[in-house]
Design a protein around this ligand. Structure first.
Ligand code: FES
Length: 164
């Protein structure tokens, strides 16, 4: 399981690593420190790639398998970075019955990633979301909060072209 594919290569900076190590040394003696350490590590890096999990394991002595289990169990943690352009496809009921599932699938195919991932160039990340309160425009997707509605699969290329 630890070999899960990571689409975007890890590129943490020296400053990020220093912040991480300092934060861990402040927290690691405390009871139940793992959750706050993971939260703060995600604040530093924006996500929790295996390289960061390994550093946390090395510094705390907590087995990497345990850290990985916690990171993948809680939805607040993510193994993948967000893209420069974050695409959210609404899979709420109104959008879903009007075909947002097809749009989501077509985007995964077009971008070559699955939901929750980011393209290798860091440009687009893709997620599903619940109702965003624009059901009258169903089916809906958002790119960095900008709403596109009454979509068909054929609209996808035009929308992506605006950001490419
Ligand atoms: S269900 Fe998609 S906006 Fe409401």
């Amino acid at each position: 399981m630890l070999a899960e594919k990571q689409v975007v290569p890890f590129s943490g900076t020296k400053e990020q690593e220093e912040s991480l190590l300092k934060m861990i040394s402040e927290l690691k003696g405390e009871k139940g420190a793992l959750m706050p350490i993971l939260q703060k590590a995600q604040d530093i890096y924006g996500y929790l790639p295996i390289e960061v999990q390994r550093m946390i394991s090395d510094e705390t002595g907590i087995p990497l398998e345990k850290i990985y289990g916690v990171v993948t169990f809680y939805s607040q943690f993510t193994l993948n970075p967000k893209g420069k352009y974050q695409i959210s496809v609404c899979l709420g009921t109104a959008c879903y019955v009007k075909g947002s599932g097809d749009i989501y699938n077509a985007l995964m195919e077009r971008l070559g990633i699955v939901g929750g991932e980011c393209t290798p160039d860091g440009k687009f990340s893709l997620d599903a979301c619940r109702c965003v309160g624009a059901c009258g425009l169903a089916p809906v997707l958002m790119v960095n909060g900008e709403v596109y509605g009454r979509l068909t699969v054929d609209d996808i290329d035009d929308i992506l072209a605006k950001y490419e």
